[in-house]
Design a binder for this molecule. Structure first.
Ligand SMILES: [Zn+2]
Ligand SMILES: [Zn+2]
Length: 598
C-alpha cells in the first residue's frame, strides 16, 4: 500500500502554477506600462499569487481583463527560457524594480532565495523569460506556455499584503489565482472554495455563538462561549475516557518553566523563535511552554524506573503557546495559544512494536469516532544529513512504524529523508466533507530528549538502559480540531456532539407546562434540551432552532399533551410527526450512542 510521496515542489501542478504566475505578472505589467512594480509570485498550496505595487487599486473587472490577456499569452505558445547571470547584470536589468533589487541583494549575500525566504545556501542567480516578461527565478517551469490549459486557470481574489510580511513596509496588492490540468479539476476546486466559504468556521462560530477572539484579550487567543465550550467538553470527555481505557495515565503540568529546563531540552537552541519573551521571576527567567514534553520527562525522572514499570503513557490536555506572526493568524486554525491532546509514551525496545501498533490503531479509532473515514498517512524517514543518533538506531523504530501502517491497512506514503532530526514519524491526514485534507495526528519518535535529559530505566540485567520515547497527539490542537469539525459538519454537529440536542417548542403558552415535563424527562435521560417558551409563533421558533442546527425539534400542542406524544421534526428537514415520547427517547439514545451523523 506504500507509495513514494511526490513532493509538491517537484510536481507538474507546481510547474503549471509557477508558470501561470509569471504570465499573470506579464499581463499586469502590460496593464500599467512602466508603472507596475513587481515583488514576488510563488506557487502556493492550491494555486499561486503575485504581489504588485500599482498606481491604483485593482477591481474585479481588472481581474477579468488580466485573465483574458493571460489566455492570449498562453495561446502564443512562448518558450520559458532560463539563464544564469551575475548579481550586477541582474541589478542592471531590474534597475526600475526596487523589490527585485532587494531580492537580488539577498541572493548576492546568500541566506535568502528569490522570494526572500531564508535558505541555508547561496543559490546561483537565474532568470526565466517568456514572451516579453522576465522574472528573477530558479524555476522550474513548463517548457512553453502552450502546455498550459487556458480553460483551467482562474484569478480568485485580491488582497493586501505587506512587502516581506512586515507591517512597517509598503502594502502591496496581491492577486491570488489557481491553475489546474483540466477544466473539471478547476470546477471542482472552485466548488470546494465556495463551499468552504459557506462553512467558514469563523462565520459559523459567530452565528452559532461558539467562540470569539477579542481585541482586548489579544490576537490568536480563543474565548470559548458556552455552546462551543460544550462541544469541546464533550469531545474532550470522550477522548479522556478512551485514553483511560487505553491504559494512559493523566498528568498536569504548569504553563511556564525555568529557562534551564528549556536549555536542557534544547528548545532555546532550536525552537527559540517560536517562543515568547521570558518572564522575570525573582531574577530568574521563565518561558511560556511551547511544548509539554520536558514536563512529562521531569515526571518520569522523579523516581527510578524499572523495566517492569514500562510502558508508561503520560497524557495531558496541555495548553501551549507558540509565536505566530499576526499576519498568519486565522480563526481557530492558526492561533497563539492552543491545547494539544498530548501524550508521551516511554517503553522498552521489546515493547516498542506493540506500542506503535496500539497507538496507531487508537489514533484511527478516535478519528473515526468523530466521523472521519478517509485517511492518508505519511511515514517520514531519516534524513542522512541531519539526524540525532546513529543510523542503526533509526532502523527498528522506522520499521515498526511501517509495519504498523501495513497492519492497520491504511494508505500511506513514504516521505524519504523528511523526518525531523530527532526521529521518524507518522502523520495522519483526514479528508473532510468537501474533500480538503487536514493533518491531525502525529506519532513521533524522539532519540534526542531521552539523551538530553539522561532518561533511564533499570533493566532485567540490573543495568541502566535508555527508554524509547514517542510524542503523539491525535487530534493535535483542540482549537484547530474544533475548527475542522465545524467546517466538516457545516456547524450541524452529530447528535452526540451537538451543544443542544433537542428543543421543545410549545405551540401556545398553555402548552408550556407539558413542554417542561417533556424536557425534564429528556434531561433525566441525559439529553441536552431547551424549551423555547417565547411568545413567538411556532414557525418562527422552528426556523430559529433550524438556524441553530439543533438536531431534534419537538413541537407540543393540545393533542401531544393529551396523548403523551411529541411532534418530531429533524434539523435535516425530515418530519416524522407524532411520536410517543418513549419512542423518541429510544431513538435519541440510540443515535447518540452510535455517534450517528445526519
Ligand atoms: Zn518563476
Ligand atoms: Zn512532546
Amino acid at each position: 500500500m506504500s507509495l513514494p510521496h511526490e513532493k509538491y515542489e517537484e510536481s507538474e501542478l507546481y510547474r503549471i502554477r509557477h508558470s501561470v504566475s509569471h504570465i499573470m505578472a506579464q499581463a499586469v505589467m502590460e496593464m500599467f506600462p512602466g508603472q507596475a512594480k513587481i515583488a514576488i509570485g510563488p506557487p502556493i498550496a492550491e494555486g499561486f499569487y503575485y504581489d504588485f505595487d500599482l498606481p491604483r487599486s485593482l477591481t474585479p473587472e481588472d481581474l477579468e481583463a488580466i485573465e483574458r490577456r493571460m489566455r492570449e499569452i498562453i495561446q502564443g505558445d512562448f518558450r520559458f527560457e532560463r539563464r544564469a547571470l551575475s548579481a550586477a547584470e541582474a541589478k542592471a536589468m531590474y534597475a526600475d524594480q526596487p523589490y527585485k533589487i532587494e531580492l537580488i541583494e539577498g541572493l548576492e549575500r546568500g541566506g535568502t532565495d528569490e522570494y526572500g525566504n531564508e535558505i541555508a545556501d547561496k543559490p546561483e542567480i537565474s532568470i526565466y523569460r517568456h514572451d516579453t516578461f522576465t522574472d528573477l527565478c530558479r524555476g522550474p517551469h513548463v517548457e512553453h506556455t502552450g502546455q498550459l490549459n487556458p480553460d483551467a486557470i482562474k484569478l480568485t481574489s485580491i488582497a493586501g499584503a505587506y512587502w516581506r510580511g512586515d507591517e512597517t513596509k509598503p502594502m502591496l496588492q496581491r492577486i491570488y489565482g489557481t491553475a489546474w490540468k483540466t477544466s473539471e479539476e478547476l470546477e471542482q476546486y472552485l466548488w470546494q472554495l465556495e463551499e468552504a466559504r459557506k462553512r467558514d468556521h469563523r462565520k459559523l462560530g459567530r452565528e452559532l455563538d461558539l467562540f470569539s477572539i477579542s481585541d482586548e484579550v489579544g490576537a490568536g487567543l480563543i474565548l470559548w462561549h458556552p455552546k462551543g465550550g460544550m462541544v469541546r467538553k464533550i469531545a474532550e470527555d470522550f477522548c479522556r475516557a478512551e485514553h483511560e481505557r487505553g491504559g494512559y495515565d493523566f498528568v498536569y503540568s504548569p504553563h511556564i518553566g525555568r529557562s534551564n529546563l528549556w536549555e536542557t531540552s534544547g528548545h532555546l537552541g532550536w525552537y527559540r523563535e517560536n517562543m515568547y519573551s521570558p518572564l522575570d521571576i525573582e531574577g530568574q527567567e521563565y518561558f511560556l511552554k511551547p511544548m509539554n514534553c520536558p514536563f512529562h520527562i521531569q515526571i518520569y525522572k522523579t523516581r527510578t524506573r524499572s523495566y517492569r514499570d514500562l510502558p508508561l503513557r503520560f497524557a495531558e490536555w496541555g495548553t501551549v503557546y507558540r509565536y505566530e506572526r499576526s499576519g498568519v493568524l486565522h480563526g481557530l486554525m492558526r492561533v497563539r495559544g492552543f491545547t494539544q491532546d498530548d501524550a508521551h509514551l516511554f517503553c522498552r525496545p521489546d515493547q516498542m512494536p506493540e506500542e506503535i501498533d496500539r497507538v496507531l490503531a487508537f489514533s484511527l479509532s478516535i478519528l473515526r469516532a468523530f466521523g472521519f473515514e478517509d485517511f492518508q498517512c505519511y511515514l517520514s524517514t531519516r534524513n542522512p544529513h541531519k539526524s540525532a543518533g546513529a543510523p542503526e538506531q533509526w532502523e527498528a523504530p522506522t520499521e515498526a512504524l511501517r509495519l504498523a501502517l501495513e497492519r492497520a491497512q491504511v494508505p500511506y506514503k513514504v516521505d524519504e529523508g523528511e523526518a525531523t532530526f530527532y526521529g521518524p514519524k507518522i502523520d495522519i491526514k483526514i479528508k473532510d466533507a468537501i474533500g480538503r485534507e487536514w493533518q491531525l495526528s502525529t506519532i513521533q519518535f524522539d532519540f534526542n530528549l531521552p539523551e538530553r535529559f539522561d532518561m533511564t530505566y533499570v533493566g532485567e540485567d540490573g543495568e541502566e538502559h535508555r527508554p524509547y520515547m514517542v510524542h503523539r497527539a491525535l487530534v493535535g490542537s483542540m482549537e484547530r480540531f474544533m475548527g475542522v469539525l465545524i467546517e466538516h459538519y457545516a456547524g450541524a454537529f452529530p447528535v452526540w456532539l451537538a451543544p443542544v440536542q433537542a428543543v421543545v417548542i410549545p405551540i401556545a403558552d398553555r402548552h408550556n407546562a407539558y413542554a417542561e415535563t417533556v424536557a425534564a424527562q429528556l434531561r433525566e435521560q441525559g439529553v441536552r434540551v431547551e424549551v423555547d417558551g417565547r411568545g413567538d409563533r411556532m414557525n418562527a421558533k422552528i426556523r430559529d432552532a433550524q438556524l441553530r442546527k439543533v438536531p431534534y425539534m419537538l413541537v407540543v400542542g393540545d393533542k401531544e399533551a393529551e396523548q403523551g406524544n411529541v411532534a418530531l421534526r429533524l434539523r435535516n428537514g425530515d418530519n416524522p410527526g407524532p411520536t410517543p415520547l418513549a419512542d423518541f427517547l429510544t431513538r435519541a439514545r440510540q443515535e447518540i450512542a452510535s455517534k450517528a451523523a445526519w
